[in-house]
Design a protein around this ligand. Sequence first.
Ligand code: GLU
Length: 449
Amino acid sequence: MTSSTPIVRFAPSPTGKLHVGNVRTALMNVLFARGQDGKFVLRIDDTDLERSTKAFEDGLKTDLKWLGLDWDDTFNQSARFSQYEAAAGKLREAGLLYACFETPEELDKQRKLRRAQGQAPIYNRAALGLSDDDRAALESQGRKPHWRFKLSGESASWTDLVRGDQSIDTGSISDPILIRDDGSFLYTLPSVVDDIDAKITHVIRGEDHVTNSGAQIEIFEALGGPVPQFAHTPLLVGADGKSLSKRLGSLSMDQLRDQGLEPTALLSLLGKIGTSDPVEAKPSLDILIDEFSFDKIGRAPARFDEAELALVNARYLHDLPYKSAKPRLAEMGADHGEAFWTLVRANIEKFRDVAGWAKTLYAPMQGQIDDEDVEFCKEAADCLPEKITDETWGIWTSELKSKTGRKGRGLFMPLRKALTGRQNGPAMDEILLLLGHKASAARLRGEKG
Ligand code: GLU
């Protein structure tokens, strides 16, 4: 790594499960960093000690590893309160962090009043007018201050790697509260302190943070840290274009994992929706890394469609080489060799579906024979050659065709159902080859074979 290589971070709060929305943000960070030989830092935003849990933290780490989004370094914000205190002290000294005493009810009243007067409902900065004596008097009444950062009121500008030139008029937003009246830190200041200390070069996150970035740029400057570059990606919406927020619970990684979805398929989809590239099943993260560019990310929300995910998942499996499938097949007790995998992979939607095909082809089973096909299947068993080769299916079915006068579906479907117990599946010539004479003949006679 050289000094110009990027250092990025993904900063989830361990207050819930990792879902497709935050995985997409993590992925964008990984794709960018890995493509530039950079470093990917996992920052655990657990300043909210009440809502953050170790179980959620462990869960999100398990999920990121399952996805193959490994980090180079990780730390918890809860271990860094003294650094945040020091930064707050620096801001106070510079006159940029001021004590406020309004209660939530008072603030609410103020906002309503401003709206009624046609003004933007932002904080009126009344606390800036308090004298030392006023403050002392309020504190002696038992009031505890919360602390706001004094924005410049000018515009904070940056060239966003996704959105292009951006400018936030900090006069149009409230001075952000950095410290609550119980002394706890909100997200805004710790994030900047950490980005400076971890030498973060690029902040890649959802566009719901664009306004925050305006305020945070001023905090970066006030603390003397370099301002990183920003990339704000459009949010995810459902296939119907509506917000996913209510459905995110069912789109958490543990749920998707339980449904048998492949991590690489999920990354293929999340890495491409909302970009100018087509959505395709990529065989590995490396390809997504090679193809990544901020320029490809559009401004419109990215549509996350579960039906598309299912398709990408199936396509990923259809191309999965035997050598990648082998250990998983072995674990399931379904490693029947390369020919078996190559035959069935195009007929499964989830990897676990392979177990059903292993049973169909390798465990004694009775096929499905409709009453009107019993005689036909017996006849088929009688003329099935002992030695089955690549050519047997073609020769055997033409013989049956001329003997019985059956053709098309009427000829083939009873054979498929008798031999596999299913109405669709892989090519029958290969199934016949794998089943062999004994099992095939038994099944055609309605016996277990
Ligand atoms: N914990 C913040 C969030 O999840 C991090 C935002 C950021 O990347 O700065 O929204």
